[in-house]
Write a protein that binds this ligand. Structure first.
Ligand code: PLP
Length: 385
């Protein structure tokens, strides 16, 4: 007799929901009763919890991770004439925001071991922009890709030296830590996304900005509400509609108590993957002192030709996979012109980002994977190599 193996989800929101469905239903019901759908008490409550979890002085709930990045940059007045340095290998939102504000993204290559900003390449490009003198080096957006913290002490050092704003795009990394300190206080501001598949996700769009700086926190609160002042109808600055709504805050409040345990379960799943795949394919490297939030689990295959073969074998075995990301941002049609405008003469190539895009493959990762699930995924990968 054959039994159908249990389906493996790439991300699993259902197993988690079953654990907290009653709290979620009750939280939504309370909001239906009190009627404060916008800026209700749930928003204040989740902001306090997020700040506490990350050890940050302030958390400001906003409408998405993208809006968190945008509000943080608007607060600095970043715009035309400003160069914003960010990795060429990341999700599109990181690059979109500087362009929306009229600034110029300058793509930086990534470190082949961590897939995060290569500090030498970053320093080189900052020097090139300075030397050309057309754009002002203004900000660095460090991304904690797949949940692994970027090299924040080094990024902070470089930003300090050049008077640049340091922004942490921790959309994939809430819960990650560096030298025992959770992400949230390394950069001047840290952007979180609560897109449903992130390590802490709501049931729609949501995000937050963490900071230790009270003046910045106040600006973020104003900018997310059309630039309002102390009274509701006083408009102090150009802002946007960027609020987190009460129902999404209630979902997050129901999920917060699970987060520590879920981060441990992600770590366990990563350890099972490492035991099964280490030495056979390139598995994620977590450097000394770093703790990944394991938002996404990504391996590097030996060559570009292997990826379609491995993905097909996985699909045949009923195992989902995904490619984050198939194209470096400087090759995206929307960003090509900006890339050419960032450093006009002698921009160094971005070989690591280009190579990783060809060979990366992301495997199922969520807190409800069993050791048996991971063994099945690993067997499907290894069988196709
Ligand atoms: C998800 C994500 C974002 C954007 O978050 P949204 O909430 O979807 O707007 C930004 N940066 C990175 C690296 C992400 O993974």
């Amino acid at each position: 007799m054959t039994t159908t193996p249990r389906p493996i989800a790439f991300f699993d929101m259902k197993a988690q929901q079953a654990l907290i469905r009653a709290e979620i239903d009750a939280g939504i019901a309370r909001i239906l009763d009190h009627g404060r759908f916008i800026q209700g008490p749930e928003v204040d409550a989740i902001e306090a919890k997020l700040a506490g979890f990350a050890g940050a002085a302030h958390a400001v709930g906003v409408s998405s991770g993208t809006d968190a990045l945008q509000i943080a940059m608007m607060a600095e007045g970043i715009g035309p004439g400003d160069a914003v340095f960010l990795p060429a290998f990341t999700y599109t939102a990181t690059a979109e925001v500087p362009l929306v504000l009229g600034a110029t993204p300058v793509f930086v290559d990534v470190d082949p071991a961590t897939f995060n900003l290569d500090l030498e390449d970053l320093a080189r490009r900052v020097a090139l922009v300075e030397k050309e003198g057309r754009l002002r080096p203004r900000a660095v957006i460090g991304v904690d890709l797949y949940g692994l913290p970027a090299n924040w002490p080094a990024i902070e050092g470089l930003c300090e030296k050049h008077g640049m704003f340091a922004l942490d795009d921790a959309a994939q990394a809430f819960g990650g830590a560096l030298h025992g300190r959770r992400l949230g206080t390394f950069a001047h501001a840290t952007a979180l996304s609560f897109y449903p598949t992130k390590t802490l996700g709501c049931y729609g769009d949501g995000g937050a900005i963490l900071t230790n700086d009270p003046e910045r926190a106040e600006l973020y609160g104003s900018l997310r509400t059309h630039g309002e002042g102390r009274s509701r109808y006083e408009v102090l600055r150009t802002g946007m509609n960027g609020r987190l709504d009460s129902i999404q805050a209630a979902i997050l409040l129901a999920k917060m108590p699970l987060l520590e345990g879920e981060l441990r379960a992600r770590r366990q799943a990563a350890a099972w993957y490492q035991a099964a795949l280490g030495g056979r394919v390139a598995t994620p490297q977590v450097g000394p002192g770093a703790e990944s939030a394991w938002g996404i689990y990504t391996i590097l295959l030996p060559d570009a030709a292997a990826r379609p073969r491995v993905q097909a074998a996985m699909q045949a075995a009923g195992v989902p996979s995904a490619v984050y990301y198939p194209k470096p941002l400087h090759h995206q049609p929307a960003y090509r012109a900006a890339h050419a405008a960032g450093i006009e003469a002698g921009a160094p190539p971005l070989p690591v980002s280009e190579d990783i895009c060809q060979r990366c493959l992301s495997l199922p990762m969520h807190p409800y994977l069993t050791e048996g699930d991971v063994a099945r995924v690993a067997a499907a990968v290894l069988g196709a190599l």
